[in-house]
Ligand binder design. Sequence first.
Ligand SMILES: Cc1ncc(C[n+]2csc(CCOP(=O)(O)OP(=O)(O)O)c2C)c(N)n1
Length: 375
Amino acid sequence: MPVRPLVSYSIERIEVLGEDGTVDQGLMPSLSPGDIKRLYAHMVLTRQVDERMFKLQRQGRLGTFARVAGQEGAHVGAAFALRATDWLVPAFRETGALLLRGIPIAQLLQFWGGDERGGKFPKELRTLPVAIPVGTHMLHAVGIGWAMKASAEDAAVLTIFGEGATSEGDFSEAMNMAGVFQAPVVFFCQNNQYAISVPFTRQTASPTVAQKALAFGMFGVQVDGNDVFAVYRAVSEALERARTSGEPTLIEALTYRVTDHTTSDDARRYREDEEVAPWRGRDPIERLARYMRANGLLDEAGEAEVLAEADRQVAEAVAAFEALDPPGPEEIFAHVYAEKTAPLLEQEAALRVRLAGGTSGGAGGTSANEPAEGV
Ligand SMILES: Cc1ncc(C[n+]2csc(CCOP(=O)(O)OP(=O)(O)O)c2C)c(N)n1
């Protein structure tokens, strides 16, 4: 009996824009000069929002949040390929993608400021709320894709997650469902090489995330995640394939988390600066700017203008955010379900009693944090 190979598979990596700002013309996606300028402006805006959020957090004016600096090439490039009729199903490190969808900066500040109302994105933007539970949202993306397929919609779903999320069972379930039912979903992994303190090599024994596509019968590819042209090319092709034939795709954008995991983390406790420093030199915005300068799309005055416009938008949003009346703590019950369940109503009532100075939640009492007996 012969031994013969059953499956042969190779994983490709796409790079279009080099660190020196030159491009591989054969691989360059179709983007007009105006598109490239818009991409750049969005990446700069994302960076300015991120930096201002960091300052606000340090001043105690914003809660814990996950920074995106250094990952703009990945998630802005991916979201740039979406049409208004497509869906975005994000995790929590995609500020730039949310801004591109039209979510107001002030609303993002509201969300990360702990105001529950900020999590309710305008329905017409076809963007699910930020998903803090790691990996759970990929299943929602497949549900949406499957439903769109059933109603023959000419649209697709982009879901974004970190490489840490690929170790959750939800990832395998979502990928399997999408593969079997051919749900038009693009699975976009921002592999920033850390899940809090866990490095990629401790996350999986697989050398790439992209090759995980093989087991689920779908196409997988790796792109340089700091190369916005490679990202845009891979995602727009995958979205088009999803829209026309329903085929799902897994895209791994290899990048690096140059910041702490969140504002509550200190990455110096688990990695050396020598490892981080070269990645700071691979900045996706600077790389795009080099290309634009060499091609007459950006000069010093233009750069200053883009920055000033971003700062203007950020300042306006911060003022709008700070002028909001913060809601009372009861607000935490308002957005859990479309209709409050009996246990939620009971907990809400208990909280109201406590806020009014009634039941203390001491021995024998009902704490607002604990369900009442029988719930
Ligand atoms: C189900 C679940 N488990 C654990 C956590 C705590 N947690 C928050 S972010 C994170 C790491 C996520 O890493 P990755 O998916 O690579 O995304 P990244 O933070 O690098 O963008 C963990 C473990 C969580 N939010 N949800």
